[in-house]
Ligand binder design. Structure first.
Ligand code: FES
Length: 318
């Protein structure tokens, strides 16, 4: 079958240093992958097309790129699965949120710097075990998903926070931080969690789910970040607006059965945070003018007692 691939090109040696799209017509079969198409173009049509690949089996993680605007592995994405119904070309771009070196090749240096920042190695402490340390099976089974990460960078490519905040550690590094924080053989949890509580850490995720959607290995980075948040709070780090927000949210639900949206931002930012309080004034005026201001006097739902019981049950299990 005949397929048109519309590929983003960038040549660092060109004079204008501007990327552009180039279309290629290529003959492929029903079982062909996007990577098959790209390699065919490079070998038969245009030897200047640059891309990374190695295993061709979704193992090495080197062929992550954006296919029709969404990150994925070119080697395990079948052409027929991404061919637009209307016959328009399949769009191929380099992975996002990382600097482009040439065509579909991005610079992973920022990725590795953040990865390294979470100290992705076991830190067993000073007491050396006398024999082999066999970790409980349930702990390792729990970590099986996150250990499957192949460091392809698909989650980083489509992270909506990284698009606007370079300081964010990002889903790949935080998922790896969870992997070691949850490992029973690791003794440095206190330092790890204190580090992850800082700006750029676990509280900067907006839970947009993009990392979960695009991860080709089911690592589920966002859920790992949420579990890290719980660990951070359990370790006593309740001084961030994120932790205050989570605590206030739970408190309102437990006591009245629903959110007090008037007090929630005040409790999240802290009443003595003058800058944040002033920043809330335009929102308050707007909600008043549009009739969307939450009620001043918060009341309990009739089912509040039942909701409270659920909370107490969960808390007693903890
Ligand atoms: S070539 Fe190795 S993951 Fe695609």
């Amino acid at each position: 079958m005949e397929v048109i691939l519309k590929i983003q090109r960038f040549d660092p040696e060109s004079t204008d240093l501007v990327s552009h799209f180039q279309e290629y017509q290529v003959e492929l079969t029903e079982s062909s992958t996007v990577l098959d198409g790209l390699i065919k173009i490079r070998e038969e049509d245009d030897g200047t097309l640059s891309l990374r690949c190695s295993c061709r089996a979704a193992i090495c993680g080197s062929c992550a790129m954006r296919i029709n605007g969404e990150a994925g592995l070119a080697c395990n994405t079948k052409i027929i699965d991404v061919m637009p119904q209307d016959g328009s070309p399949i769009t191929i771009e380099p992975a996002g949120n990382l600097p482009v070196i040439k065509d579909l090749i991005v610079d992973f240096q920022p990725f590795w710097a953040k990865f390294k920042a979470v100290e992705p190695w076991l830190q067993p402490g000073d007491i050396q075990p006398e024999g082999e340390y066999i970790a409980p099976e349930e702990d390792m089974v729990h970590l099986a998903g996150v250990v499957s990460c192949i460091l392809c960078g698909a989650c980083v490519s489509d992270c909506t926070v990284l698009e606007v905040d370079d300081n964010f550690l990002g889903p790949a590094a935080l998922a790896k931080a969870y992997r070691f924080s949850r490992d029973p053989r690791d003794e440095s949890d206190a330092q790890r969690l204190a580090q992850l509580n800082k700006p750029g850490g676990v509280w900067d995720c907006t839970r947009c789910m993009k990392c979960v959607e695009v991860c080709p290995k089911g690592v589920d980075p966002m859920d790992r970040i949420m579990l890290l948040r719980e660990k951070v709070m359990d370790a006593g780090h309740n001084n961030t607006s994120g932790a205050r927000h989570a605590n206030a949210f739970a408190k309102f639900l437990k006591n009245s059965g629903w959110l007090d949206e008037l007090k929630l931002p005040i409790m999240s930012f802290g009443i003595f945070n003058i800058k944040a309080m002033i920043g809330l004034i335009p929102l308050g005026i707007k909600s008043q003018l549009t009739g969307k201001r939450p009620p001043i006097f918060h009341h309990k739902l009739s089912s509040a007692k039942e909701i409270k019981k659920i909370f107490e049950k969960v808390e007693s299990k903890k």
